[in-house]
Write a protein that binds this ligand. Structure first.
Ligand code: SER
Length: 866
């Protein structure tokens, strides 16, 4: 069976059972509770599982083929890749979903029907596992499909699926295929020794709980179905192959790896592993870049970087000295663009990003290998590479530990794994500490938030239209820092999200005034007003309060938010459509926008970007915010990658004639409301990553005022009227240059003026003296002037010039026959220098000014006047 045939059979099966076929979402998940990557088919549907949003489909069912990455966070299969016959860091997950509609009986019956009738699998070779507590599922397997109870096993943790550290979860029932006695011992899936024989190919999860940040479980309002089967595994099962690498698309990628490395599968275990790893990583890196991830040192970008580096270094160990990533990506695109057409339009970006990252790593790869060789030179034969070196290679040169281990093993050494682990643990600890900023509530507070959500549901946000209203208090939770978290049934306060800061303002009620210092999401959909009570007591649950936001502040935020959209559009116009949002921050005083781009931006480009934005501002076209389906938004050309949202209803913002983007923030009504927009900074914040900051509204006016005041102060300091400032500065600089020249020539004159005095110090016609503070040239002029005085046969001058070091000059008259160079040869050596050997005029330099007096003595000795 081919991948494309399975995709089609899957979709047809579920559409015939009233499921809406939903296209794959991107790999960057949207929901606040989500882990780093989309790691399963259910993730884009989280808002429906937890009742945060209305399910848009009637009946509330969906099916999908979702691209997934398991390379970070709770689900991370990276270390298994290539060794395991069936683990992949990128795979496609077939899934069917019910949101409070059908439950266990249908899910089990249909899974059986698809497996045995559509895939044509022999039911006698299927095994099933259920959760230890789930009698119901076991009974259903027996009653609904007549499954033999002897092949049902019950497991604990293995049959409880969780999306991440937080989020939806529930007991599961899994289907396994028995690949037969030749692959492993019997005993069913519960026998850990038989893991290669009994291979899981489909997981039915009964999503009924939500894991909170403190680790406790909250029941979900509806009982849901989430099933997932790995496309590649199912193909393997249908084809009777326990290895996913023989399925059609992966086999071709293995073939690509073979031709890039010149090594064929079957040579040895190590190279087989590399070929499979390259086939796997090819898809992971291609799709991550396709979905907007850029290699960097943080978060997702770091995981992508590691994946690229693993691929490159393993290829390198097979002797490949030329680029592999672009070729692997190109092959992936060719193979998969029919199923994922956006791969084709993004191809140039994908190949460019991967090519540049590989080039850069190949340069550090060599440096890292030198460090490795250097460190091994200090290790006794058969000894271990220090863990700190392995960690350094991992941390700063991007060498995965297994790469370091492999190289050292080839050379007959080991690696101090324990030392590496210590450094690694320390780094993780630091990363965790860093990540705690703005952490989710834990313990009692989290429970209290969850209780408010359970009792009253999510908050109704009406703050796009209304800035002040009467609302009912539905929850009050005191915080340790003296503030109070107040929850309302409806609210005009925007909760911080999508880069836009939360609103501030006031809550007032009978005998009570509270300042709202921030608004955040306590839990998805639940607006938490952080209140500092300034009069009376905190309001009680059930009371009515007047809730009013700081409108002037919100207006400034709105201006910056809509301007961010115009800026995003303009950046893509001027720099190209590879520009993708990587983060943003929208505050009242400024906006910040991070984006992918691969080179510096010229001042001309910045101007062009500003001009485009201001042009649309002055066009004063309407800004329209509306809800529509994802498909309609895509048809409109809406930009949506960062925190891409799935399926159902999305909010689209059209700002003026050009910018169309998905956005849940608050915006101005017409582009003219934004006012003048000015870029105030632009620069690199990491490889391939840039940050631009801008101001709008009153901001540029304030800035002009500040700069005007600074210019006026500068003009006053220079002593010219403001319009003549530049001329004035030029004039002052010219004066400065003239004065410097004058000082120089005066100094020289002054120096030669001292010649008669120095000549007076002659002993036997020879002057040896110390003169500090003159440059070498001036000292030379002085020396010549002294020599030319009557009765002087020779002169040696040594001193410390202002610029540092030591200057030495010797001059002698022709008639004297004295070798000037010889006079200062020893002296120059004494001050750590050397130089002129000319018999009549020798100039030398030295370093050590503390030995000048010693040098003078040596000169006297050389002249015979000591
Ligand atoms: N969420 C479950 C899994 O990923 C079933 O789809 O295995």
């Amino acid at each position: 069976m081919k991948a494309q045939e399975l995709r089609q059979a899957w979709t047809e099966f579920w559409v015939a059972r009233q499921h809406t076929d939903v296209p794959s979402a991107g790999l960057i998940p949207h929901h606040p509770s989500a882990p780093m990557f989309t790691n399963s088919g259910m993730m884009p549907f989280v808002p429906y599982f937890i009742g945060e949003e209305k399910v848009p489909w009637v009946p509330p069912r969906a099916s999908s083929i979702q691209r997934c990455v398991r390379a970070g966070g709770k689900h991370n299969d990276l270390d298994e890749i290539g060794w395991s016959p069936r683990h992949l860091s990128f795979f496609e997950m077939l899934g069917n979903f019910s949101f409070g509609d059908y439950f266990k009986p249908d899910a089990i019956r249909w899974a059986w029907e698809f497996s045995t009738e559509v895939l044509g699998l022999d039911g006698d070779r299927i095994w099933v596992t259920c959760h230890v507590d789930d009698d119901e599922a076991v009974e259903l397997w027996v009653d609904e499909v007549g499954f033999p109870i002897e092949r049902i096993q019950r497991l604990d943790k293995d049959n409880f699926w969780e999306m991440g550290d937080t989020g939806p979860c529930g007991p599961s029932s899994e289907l396994f295929w028995d690949f037969g006695a030749e692959v492993g011992p019997d005993g069913g899936p519960a026998n850990p020794a038989a893991e290669h024989r009994y291979v899981e190919f489909w997981n039915l999860v009964f999503q009924q709980s939500f894991r909170l940040p403190d680790g406790s479980l909250r029941p979900l309002e509806s009982k849901n179905i989430d099933t997932g089967g790995g496309l590649e595994r199912i193909l393997g099962v249908v084809d009777g192959s326990p290895s996913v690498f023989t399925t059609d698309e992966l086999a071709q990628l293995v073939g690509e790896a073979e031709s890039l490395t010149g090594v064929r599968l079957g040579r040895d275990a190590q190279s087989d592993r590399t070929l499979k790893l390259l086939a796997d990583h090819a898809r992971t890196m291609t799709f991550l870049v396709n979905d907007g991830v850029i290699p960097s040192n943080e978060d997702r970008g770091y995981v992508l970087r590691r994946i690229i580096r693993r691929a490159v270094s393993f290829a390198y160990l097979l002797g490949v000295e030329t680029a592999v990533a672009p070729a692997l990506a190109q092959r992936t695109i060719d193979l998969m663009a029919d199923a994922y057409p956006e791969l084709r339009s993004n191809a140039e970006t994908v190949l460019g990003v991967l090519g540049r990252e590989e080039d850069q790593f190949r340069r550090t790869l060599r440096g890292g290998l030198n460090i490795l060789d250097g460190a091994l030179a200090d290790v006794d034969e058969g000894g271990e590479l220090p863990g700190s070196v392995a960690f350094l290679l991992h941390d700063t040169h991007g060498f995965p530990l297994e790469v370091t281990t492999e190289i050292t093993e080839q050379r007959g050494y080991g690696v101090d794994q324990a030392g590496f682990d210590v450094d690694m643990a320390e780094q993780r600890r630091r990363a965790r500490e860093g990540g705690k900023k703005g952490a989710v509530a834990v313990g009692d507070e989290a429970d209290a938030f969850a209780a408010v959500l359970a009792a009253h549901g999510t908050s109704e946000f009406v703050g796009r239209e209304v800035f002040e209203l009467e609302a009912t208090v539905v929850g009050v939770v005191p915080a340790a820092d003296g503030t109070t978290s107040v929850f309302l049934d409806r609210t005009p306060f925007y909760a911080e999200s999508g880069g836009q800061v939360g609103d501030t303002g006031y809550l007032t009620g009978p005998g009570f005034v509270g300042e709202v210092t921030d608004t955040t999401y306590a839990l998805p959909g639940l607006h938490r007003h952080v209140v500092r009570v300034t009069e009376g007591d905190a309001p009680s649950v059930g009371s009515t309060v007047d809730a009013a936001i700081d409108v002037a502040r919100r207006d400034a935020i709105r201006r910056n938010h809509t301007a961010t959209h115009l800026l995003h559009w303009a950046l893509r116009e001027v720099l190209g459509t590879h520009v993708k949002q990587q983060g943003s921050y929208v505050a009242p005083d400024r906006l910040r926008f991070d984006f992918s781009h691969f080179e510096a931006i010229t001042p001309e480009q910045v101007r062009a970007i500003e001009d485009l934005v201001n042009h649309d501002v002055l066009a004063n076209e309407p800004v329209r915010h509306f809800e529509t389906t994802k498909a309609a938004a895509v048809d409109l050309g809406a930009i949506a990658f960062f925190g891409e949202k799935y399926g159902d209803v999305v909010r689209v913002l059209e700002a003026g004639p050009h910018s169309t983007e998905l956005c849940g923030g608050t915006h101005v009504r017409r582009t003219g409301d934004i006012g003048p927009t000015k870029v105030v900074s632009e620069g690199s914040i990491g490889s391939n990553l840039r940050r631009i900051e801008a101001i709008t509204g009153f901001g540029p006016i304030e800035r002009i005022r500040t700069e005007e005041a600074e210019l006026a102060a500068a003009a006053a300091a220079v002593g010219v009227p403001r319009p003549e400032l530049l001329d004035g500065i030029d004039k002052r600089l010219a004066e400065l240059r003239d004065l410097r020249d004058e000082v120089k020539s005066l100094k020289a004159k002054l120096a030669t003026g001292g010649a008669p005095d120095l000549a007076g110090q002659a002993v036997d016609g020879i002057v040896v003296a110390r003169v500090d503070g003159l440059s070498r040239d001036d000292l030379r002029s002085l020396g010549v002037a002294v020599r030319d005085q009557p009765d002087v046969r020779a002169v040696v001058l040594i001193g410390a010039p202002e610029a540092g070091g030591v200057a030495l000059v010797a001059a002698s008259s022709k008639e004297s026959g004295i070798d000037a160079g010889g006079l200062i040869a020893d002296a120059a050596r004494a001050v750590g220098g050397g130089g002129g050997k000319n018999p009549e005029l020798a100039v030398a330099g030295g370093k050590d000014a503390t030995r000048i007096d010693e040098a003078l003595d040596l000169a006297r000795t050389a002249a015979g006047i000591a």
